[in-house]
Design a protein. Structure first.
Length: 174
């Protein structure tokens, strides 16, 4: 027969292991703190080069070539919106943002970013507020996918991906 102190230590170890197993299984099956809900977007009514999407003042904004589009409140249609300055900024490279703010990356040519501006929507359209200048040109390689004009029903809900890489293009000379 085992002494009572050894039995208590063994029982304590078994209970501790059981509690750890129960705790670990509860953590593994926990729900996300911020659940994500995805849905397909309607097709943009313009063909051209996609510069990106961003949430601007609570509305989803897309830029295709030099035109800006916002998704209506019911998320059913894109509406053309003017640039406050009368035209798209030149040269506009990429539109990006987080869930609350949108920005545009401006380049000096097709390979180096020189400034960033914050996007906002006002009564006259999409406005840009310049941010402090970058410390120097930043090499940017933007991979854009042209958006073809299509009238097929499947194109009405097709997603339009756009990818950005901050890595410079490979040097062919080694």
């Amino acid at each position: 027969m085992m002494p009572p102190s050894t039995m208590r230590a063994g029982l304590r170890a078994c209970l501790t292991l059981l509690l750890l197993c129960l705790f670990a299984s509860g953590v593994a099956n926990a729900e996300a703190l911020t659940p994500l809900r995805g849905s397909a977007l309607p097709a943009l009514p313009a063909a051209g080069t996609m510069h990106g999407f961003a949430t601007v003042d609570g509305r989803l904004l897309a830029v295709v070539d030099d035109r800006a589009w916002v998704l209506d409140e019911g998320h059913g249609n894109w509406q053309a919106v003017a640039w406050s300055a009368g035209a798209a900024p030149r040269p506009l490279s990429t539109v990006f943002g987080d869930a609350s703010r949108g920005y545009v990356l401006l380049v000096d040519d097709a390979s180096a970013a020189t400034s960033i501006a914050r996007l906002s929507l006002d009564a006259s359209g999409v406005a840009l507020t310049p941010l402090p200048p970058l410390p120097g040109p930043v090499p940017v390689r933007v991979l854009r996918r042209p958006i073809p004009r299509s009238t097929s029903p499947a194109s009405k809900t097709a997603r339009r991906p756009c990818c950005v890489s901050t890595r410079p293009p490979p040097n062919p000379c080694g």
